[in-house]
Design a protein around this ligand. Sequence first.
Ligand code: THU
Length: 144
Amino acid sequence: MKHMIETTSLIENAFEVALVAQKNSHSPYSHFAVGAAIKFKDDVTLYPGCNVENASYGGTICAERTAVFSRVASKGKGTIEFAVVLAHTTNPTYPCAMCLQVFSEFFKEDFPIYMGNESGLLKKMTFKEFLPHSFDTLSEGQRS
Ligand code: THU
């Protein structure tokens, strides 16, 4: 079996989108290519993201944020339905804390995050397992 977890055809499509994005990763400094796909509610498009590194290092952006910002740039804000993250690792690669904070900006109900590598998806966790509480100035400083 390709995936280590249960999937649907939509998740399978998102996996393929993330795989293509990972190939486009610009990561000459870390050599750690990451691909992502994001699905928002009420939007059929699966937005791709890859990490885009920069010689300044600080100008680097992660795959997950690239995907979210791509959706916001093309259709505006919305609510995340699920995310996929792939890296060239044996174990699942977890989204970094900055990406989780960005996810929290477009979060209403808890949503799944699928993690894997080029061979398949390895693990599914929910956003709230990663970040049960988040900083949010629109809700008096916190959101759960
Ligand atoms: N990176 C991501 O794109 N997503 C993650 O979830 C973890 C880290 C990128 C940032 C950097 O280009 C490289 O991986 C190494 O940290």
